[in-house]
Design a protein around this ligand. Structure first.
Ligand code: AHG
Ligand code: MN
Ligand code: MN
Length: 341
């Protein structure tokens, strides 16, 4: 049994150039333990506080509480130049000369706070590129030095990558220590389980409509097998399940106003999840392009997001490509093959 702090200290001894990252995750894990205890204690955490965040979402008490806690962790660590949060309109500048930039969704799954369903915190760490720190998070996800998410659920867990695989830790509820339970997780390459908010089906664009209707046809359809569906409504919890037993998650763009690029945010939701997923052998795209190659232009920019088991992410890409090439308009088009497009 090895604890996170111990493991981070070992890593620091081996790779002193990573000292700043280690300081940061030590501070973040201490705050996550705190947040997990606040959630477990319950109380009025899901009530709206009357303010909206930059994206127009009504802020809940726990959104703001978690943001305060993790901003505090960033300050205490002494290694963060800028803190870019879902709950802050602009980057919070801490120290022009510090080596790291953090992008964070302090509380993911806000709509699940009131109903005792898993929620979490998502974190992306980038190098400080120098210059205007308001622009410091405008780097492609490939530049990330580390990424993580905590899940506050029946168990409090941590999925962490420092670029050498994705490791899973679980918090011991008595000691509050995060203990390593699985090193270098591998996401199953094949899956028969998908996750999508199907209430938006009429708003989807053609490729996603066609992809999902083929899955729904099951054994009688072109995929020739039955698929199961799961949607928790907290990205962290859906992602945790996919690390555990495979699956594909989709939040595509759709026709609703402001949803052309989906709902999830590139720098503090899609990028860290994509980094963790790729480090576990999975794939993450916006349907067509690899998430980690996209360069953000705005802190709260949204992106369509498809991630999980490699083969299934590839299938989604093949439907997108068929539409782009106009193949699905041809009267002769009926049967498709993953490797044709
Ligand atoms: P947040 O609570 O940080 O705003 O994120 C909510 C996200 C994500 O956790 C989840 O996958 C998605 O929103 C659910 O969206 P729908 O309610 O549209 O299904
Ligand atoms: Mn979120
Ligand atoms: Mn959030």
């Amino acid at each position: 049994m090895i604890a996170l702090d111990e493991r981070l200290q070992l890593l620091k001894a081996e790779q002193p150039e990573r000292a700043a990252l280690i300081e940061l995750f030590t501070a973040l894990a201490a705050k996550a333990k705190e947040v997990s205890r606040i959630i477990a204690a319950g109380g009025d955490l899901g009530s709206t506080i009357g303010d909206q965040n930059a994206d127009g979402d009504a802020q809940k008490a726990l959104d703001v509480m978690a943001d305060d806690e993790f901003l505090d962790a960033a300050k205490l660590s002494g290694v963060v130049a800028a803190y870019c949060s879902e709950e802050q309109d602009r980057a919070v500048i801490l120290d022009q000369n510090a080596p790291l930039v953090i992008a964070i969704d302090p509380l993911d799954g806000s709509s699940n706070i009131d109903v005792n369903v898993s929620i979490g915190t998502i974190i992306s760490v980038l190098p400080n590129p120098g210059g205007d720190l308001q622009q410091s998070a405008m780097q492609s996800g490939d530049q990330q030095l580390a990424a993580a998410f905590f899940v506050y659920g029946p168990q409090t867990t941590l999925y962490l990558t420092l670029g050498e695989g994705t490791d899973l830790y679980r918090m011991d509820p008595i000691s509050g220590l995060f203990v390593l339970i699985e090193e270098r997780i591998e996401i199953a390459e094949e899956t028969s389980e998908y996750a999508i908010n199907a209430s938006n089906a009429r708003q989807w664009f053609t490729p996603i409509q066609r992809y999902i209707s083929d899955l729904l046809l099951g054994e009688e359809g072109p995929r020739e097998r039955n698929f199961n569906m799961r949607w928790i409504g907290s990205l962290v919890a859906d992602a945790g399940r996919i690390f555990n037993r495979g699956g594909v998650f989709l939040y595509p763009g759709d026709r609703r106003p402001k949803y052309e690029n989906g709902r999830l945010r590139l720098i503090y939701e899609a990028n860290p999840v994509a980094f963790l997923v790729e480090q576990a052998g999975g794939a993450a795209t916006d349907g067509a392009a690899r998430i980690l190659e996209k360069t953000p232009t705005e802190i709260h920019e949204r992106t369509a997001l498809v991630f999980g088991s490699k083969t299934e992410v590839r299938w989604v890409g093949s439907y997108e490509a068929e539409t782009r090439q106009g193949l699905d308009q041809s009267p002769l088009f009926s049967h498709r093959n993953l490797f044709r497009s």
